[in-house]
Write a protein that binds this ligand. Sequence first.
Ligand SMILES: Nc1ncnc2c1ncn2[C@@H]1O[C@H](COP(=O)(O)OP(=O)(O)OP(=O)(O)O)[C@@H](O)[C@H]1O
Length: 296
Amino acid sequence: MNAIELSGVDKRFGAVEALRDLTLDVRAGELTALLGPNGAGKTTAISLMLGLARPTSGKVRVLGGDPQAGGVRSQIGSMPQESAIPQALTVREAVTLFARLYPEPLTVDAALDLADLRGVAGRRAGALSGGQARRLAFALAVVGDPEVLFLDEPTTGMDAASRLAFWHAAEGLKTQGRTILLTTHYLEEAERTADRVVVMNAGSVLADGTPESLRGRVATGRVRFTSDLVLTELRALPGVESVEVNPRGHADLRTREPEALVRALVQSGTPFTELEVTRASLEDAFLSLTAPVARA
Ligand SMILES: Nc1ncnc2c1ncn2[C@@H]1O[C@H](COP(=O)(O)OP(=O)(O)OP(=O)(O)O)[C@@H](O)[C@H]1O
């Protein structure tokens, strides 16, 4: 079942075409990461899903309805990139205020705990550190106990411990069956947490799949070692896509089959040293997917 459906969506701002024929489904109960370079259209797409703006053309459905309808809005929580929290309110007052906007909210203490904010509940929003302010934005997003949660670059400004606590909380919400749509520029976070990754560029979807399947679309491994093998011998190893070799015999090979390559190397009996095998990351896949279009 899909929690969110965008079909054939265009969004123009004057001469700027922020979204072009964007078709995108977000499955219920999954954590989907929406990735893309700056200006790809991620925030614009989310603002349509939140009902904050209307598409120029095309259809946007959230939980089967119009995101601007009250019944749908009460089931949505959002952590925007920049939230306009009244600076004079304390953390507890802000969370209490947001809880009143929802029909069946969590208790204020439960939301403070999820965002690890108990220790600063009495502090004014204006006096929070950058990372604490992000955590307050998270508490405001979850206090309504929403079915669908939008997290726009949630961990920007958080320190390592806050990030860890944040992902623990987000995974807990997913385990409860919530749908989470996330944008991030930290690709290792998406790789670790997302069930599905959607890569956008220039207003449309460029690639869509599990982190594993996207990694599989680029040469999936790098094998480095030092030996007496010459270029033609290195190229003949299994699955080799590119070879760089320096005068001291240190070879750097990209291959789709790193295991088969290492096996063949060992079986050949050629002495080698300094063996190093690394897998392509989601970041490698992302850069390879977005680079040609970004340069166009
Ligand atoms: N209100 C607006 N008026 C004019 N242009 C806009 C407006 N909002 C967004 N745009 C343009 O639409 C395009 C998509 O912007 P958007 O903010 O959705 O990208 P993004 O993928 O979220 O980028 P980032 O990673 O930098 O947050 C950009 O070219 C941006 O300048």
